[in-house]
Every structure is written in C-alpha cells, then in structure tokens.
Design a protein. Structure first.
Length: 88
C-alpha cells in the first residue's frame, strides 16, 4: 500500500525497505546475559560454549561476562550476532 508522502523523509515504502535491508539491531555489549539468553535463539548455546554462566551471571552485561570468562568481547558479540542471524 504505497502512497505519495509529501514529508522530507520520503515515502513509507522507502523507509520500510531501508530498515529491512539493514536488518535488526546487533546485540550490544551493554545488554545483560540474561536478557540476551532469553530473547535470542541460539545465544544460550554460544555463551555456554564460551564459558559464560547464564544462571549465576545473568545480571552481568556481555562486556562484564566476557571479561570474567576471559573471552574477547568482539568474539562474543560476533558469535552471538551470527547465531541470531542463522536462527532467524
């Protein structure tokens, strides 16, 4: 249902297509282990594989959990975002 839009942002169709091309927001370092495990398929398996305890460490941010497990934050975020992309 495209229609002409007179605003400076373009038509809703153009905006919608742009957001689909970009995909969902990546998982961020300030999200908690518990939230990521709960909301993203495959995240729990990734964190277990990397030695991150989702039960006792659920309140930790991904940055804190990666540091605690001795895992590079960039590797954790990349693995989580790849797992999310693969599942959905």
């Amino acid at each position: 249902m495209a229609h002409d839009c007179r605003c400076a942002h373009g038509s809703p169709t153009q905006i919608y297509r742009g957001s689909l091309a970009e995909g969902p927001e990546p998982i961020r370092e300030d999200e908690t282990v518990g939230d990521v495990a709960h909301h993203h398929d495959g995240a729990l398996e990734v964190m277990k594989r990397m030695g991150i305890n989702h039960c006792c460490g659920a309140q930790l941010t991904l940055r804190e959990a990666a540091a605690s497990a001795g895992v590079p934050l960039s590797a954790l975020l990349a693995a989580l975002n790849e797992a999310r992309a693969a599942s959905g």
